[in-house]
Design a protein around this ligand. Structure first.
Ligand code: SPD
Length: 380
């Protein structure tokens, strides 16, 4: 069983000085090219919460002599606001690919000096080709982890209410008001982001999930209003513990986070059983990308940090800990088979065929998303 220090991997977007503490005796992996940088001895990293093994930063510090200051967030919107404002103070950030795409257009990032990231050679060329659609020439970023957005659920509660868990195979469970109403009392959490929930609703309605037509987007807004009375909370990180504790029985959330909730419940021995489903109508597939803001102060250390994360052993340790897949084939070989053979983490081809990616959201669509989201959240 994995030992996790609950509370160390923060589930809220707060400042976290993350380091120390070995996990399962995993050996520090130095990572080729992770030599101490001359000059400054720090790197300021801004990553998603619950998205790194608890010993990775400490191991990097040991290998390089560079101190990691590690802050976390749980929303692309929050990260983007900081990046667009400038002077974020961060040297390494991790936007999702479609957000990265528009941030590239806004001139936020440093073009990568690939000679400083020798472990780039470890990345899956097929995946890099896919990513190139939103980062032409793979000029500004490299993939860290990828995943899907689907349904996390409390197995026993769903069985008690619906008789079995087959209902989790369809978004009908979420978008038919009469279904979601049955879960209202045991807790329903949605990710707090229109940029995921609106495309999922559009896909369910048979529309293009990336539609930019205001009338089409209004259809998603109308659908969401019909289920609003049954949504207890909008949050993009606290649901891991809430599910693990049995405080919420359904989430529209991220694959690895739900698996982490499952593992936390198992470790707590509290009898709560959690599972994750990618509904048959299809679900989002996304990539989170390591990049360097153009005003970063510790650029060489940022390269050393990114290069370190791309070491197959380091990447495998991280993926094992957070239950998200990565883009390094050699790392997959080093990972726990229980994770690499889990179809909810690594979707098989027939499931993968139904996944859709997010397009770059144009400014006018962004405004409509923000308006409808505020309206949805404030009017129950
Ligand atoms: N707890 C880590 C969650 C990472 C989620 N990445 C965001 C994906 C956005 N589509």
């Amino acid at each position: 069983m994995k030992l996790r220090m609950l509370g160390v991997m923060l589930t809220t977007a707060t400042l976290a000085a993350c380091g120390g503490g070995g996990k399962d005796g995993a050996a520090p992996a130095a990572g080729e090219g992770a030599a101490p940088a001359a000059g400054s001895k720090t790197v300021n990293v801004y990553n998603w919460s619950d998205y790194i093994a608890e010993d990775t930063n400490a191991n990097f510090e040991k290998a390089t002599g560079v101190t990691v200051t590690y802050d976390v967030f749980d929303s692309n919107e929050v990260l983007e606001a900081k990046l667009l404002a400038g002077s974020s103070g961060y040297d390494v950030v991790v936007p999702t690919l479609n957000f990265l795409g528009r941030q590239i257009q806004a001139g936020v990032f440093l073009p990568l000096d690939k000679a400083k990231i020798p472990n780039l050679a470890n990345l899956d060329p097929e995946m890099m080709k896919r990513i190139e659609k939103q980062d032409p020439g793979n000029k500004y970023a490299v993939p860290y982890m990828w995943g899907t957005t689907g349904i996390g659920y409390n197995v026993d509660k769903i069985k008690a209410i619906f008789g079995n868990t087959d209902v989790t195979n369809s978004w009908d469970l979420v978008f038919k008001p009469e279904n979601l109403a049955k879960l209202k009392d045991c807790g329903v959490t949605f990710l707090d982001t229109p940029s995921e929930i609106v495309p999922i609703a559009l896909n369910y309605l048979g529309e293009d999930p990336n539609s930019t037509d205001p009338k089409v987007i209004d259809k998603a807004a109308a659908l969401l209003k019909t289920i609003r009375p049954s949504i207890s909370q909008f949050h993009s990180s606290s649901y891991i513990d809430a599910m693990a504790n049995g405080d919420t029985c359904l989430v529209v959330g991220w694959s690895g986070d739900v698996i982490q909730a499952r593992d936390r419940a198992e470790e707590a021995g509290n009898g709560v059983k959690i599972a994750y489903s990618i509904p048959k109508e299809g679900a989002p597939l996304w990539f989170d990308m390591l990049s360097i803001p153009k005003d970063a102060k510790n650029v060489d250390n940022a390269y050393a940090y990114i290069n370190y994360l791309l070491d197959p052993q380091v990447m495998a340790n991280n993926s094992n800990f957070i239950s998200y897949p990565n883009a390094i084939p050699k790392a997959k070989d080093l990972m726990d088979k229980q994770i690499t053979s889990d179809p909810t983490i690594y979707p098989p081809p027939e499931v993968a065929a139904k996944l859709f990616t997010f397009a770059i959201i144009p400014p006018e669509v962004d405004k409509q998303y923000t308006r409808l989201w505020t309206d949805l959240k404030t009017n129950k």
